[in-house]
Ligand binder design. Structure first.
Ligand code: NAP
Ligand code: ZN
Length: 371
């Protein structure tokens, strides 16, 4: 059994200021990589810039990362980083900027501005520039995973690059979650839930990874009713500890999938997001209940499904189904490429092998109520 988590993680209020010296110690010229708006609004970008400026670290900013970042965006950023001579990378935002940062660090560290290597089996990952992550959503756990998922336009889907690039440092301040909209909060929380469930019901699960999932699911269960209320009736009082628990559950879920990978729901989500723009977490959420029912029917893992429900403080899979329907009612989308989507997954051995049982086209069809 193996356990690897080389990322130094701080989760606390004002952790950027508190650990500024460690952040600045990775180089002399920082490449800050972020999305268009949110990091400017929630204060994370200015906190990082102030901390670096105080220590006279040069800064180049790239603030054009889109949701579900593309190979082309990473190439554009890498060209700028190479030209400016940056020597470490700081990703600020949701999973999109954090994943893009890992891919950009890989290119710059190898003196490249073309993503031809992204899906090749080379050892160039070791040359990636140091990556620091400042998450501002509580969903992907990218700050604690070695994965970077990019949109591949020519294949009309998304896929993780072929390298494992763990951030050197993660600075997780739950206060940044307070500016997130209801739909961002719900979708990202469902992503974290999907990570916990897909990691628990996974052929690579170990005592270590399951221990992480159990803690993550307990934390998730503590704010589940608030998410439900948010989705069905609107805002109510959220307390600081809710945001802390959300961030913690998300990072812990990231640690868990670092060990196991994700499985069928994630594999099915990528085509849906590509075709419909449905947010990543919501797209994974569509298939969670079907995946749990599928595992429940296979005797060996039935106990694991019961355990997940218990940790979430739910009694039956039907209760879970109603709960998920409520959360997902916030999102609207139209998808009519189910068959092609299943074909895509059936040709993705990486995701299939993580599922503890062989799974057929018909069984997956049942996930969206087609059979
Ligand atoms: P995201 O795509 O990073 O961001 C979604 C939206 O939320 C953006 O409009 C963003 O605005 C906004 N936003 C971010 N933080 C905010 C805040 N604190 N307040 C208000 N708005 C905020 O969403 P995500 O769900 O976190 O990341 C999804 C991506 O991560 C997908 O590409 C998915 O495949 C990937 N992923 C990676 C892993 C991994 O292990 N590496 C795991 C799961 C998923 P701006 O654009 O203006 O910033
Ligand atoms: Zn995910």
């Amino acid at each position: 059994m193996r356990f690897e988590l080389p990322t130094l993680i701080y989760q606390e209020e004002n952790c950027i200021k508190a650990h500024a010296a460690e952040m600045a110690s990775f180089g002399t010229h920082a490449f800050i990589i972020t999305g268009k708006y949110s990091s400017k609004k929630n204060g994370s970008l200015s906190a990082v810039m102030e901390a670096l400026e105080e220590r006279e670290i040069k800064i180049t900013l790239f603030d054009e990362v889109e949701e579900n970042p593309s190979i082309e965006t990473c190439e554009k950023a890498a060209r700028i980083g190479l030209e400016k001579g940056v020597d470490f990378c700081i990703g600020i935002g949701g999973g999109s900027p954090l994943d893009a940062t890992k891919a950009i660090a890989l290119l710059i560290g190898n003196g490249m501005d073309q993503g031809d290597i992204f899906y090749q089996n080379t050892d160039l990952g070791k040359n990636a520039l140091p990556v620091i992550c400042v998450p501002t959503t509580a969903g992907t756990g990218s700050e604690a995973t070695p994965y970077a998922i990019l949109t591949i336009h020519k294949e009309c889907t998304k896929r993780s690059i072929a390298y494992r690039i763990f951030p050197k440092l993660a600075l997780c301040d739950p206060n940044y979650l307070m500016t997130a909209s209801s739909s961002v909060l719900i979708s990202t929380a469902v992503d974290a839930l999907a990570h916990l469930i897909e990691s628990y019901l996974n052929s690579n699960a170990t005592v270590y990874s399951k221990m992480l999932c159990e803690k993550g699911l307990t934390l998730w269960g503590s704010f589940a009713h608030k998410l439900s209320f948010l989705a069905t009736q609107g805002k109510q009082e959220w307390e600081k500890c809710d945001f802390e628990n959300m961030m913690l559950a998300s990072t812990i879920a990231g640690m868990a999938i670092s060990h196991t990978g994700t499985s069928i729901p994630h594999g099915l989500s990528y085509g849906v997001t590509y075709e419909t723009n449905l947010a990543h977490g919501a797209a994974c959420g569509l298939f969670l209940c079907g995946y749990m029912k599928f595992c429940q029917q296979k005797q060996q893992k039935a106990g694991d499904v019961e355990q997940i429900l218990q940790l979430l403080q739910m009694e039956t899979i039907e209760e879970f189904e109603t709960f998920m329907d409520g959360l997902l009612s916030v999102f609207s989308f139209h998808f009519d490429r189910w068959e092609e989507n299943v074909d895509g997954l059936l040709s993705n051995p990486g995701k299939l092998k993580n599922c503890p049982y062989p799974i057929t086209r018909e069984e997956m069809g049942g996930f969206y109520g087609l059979s």
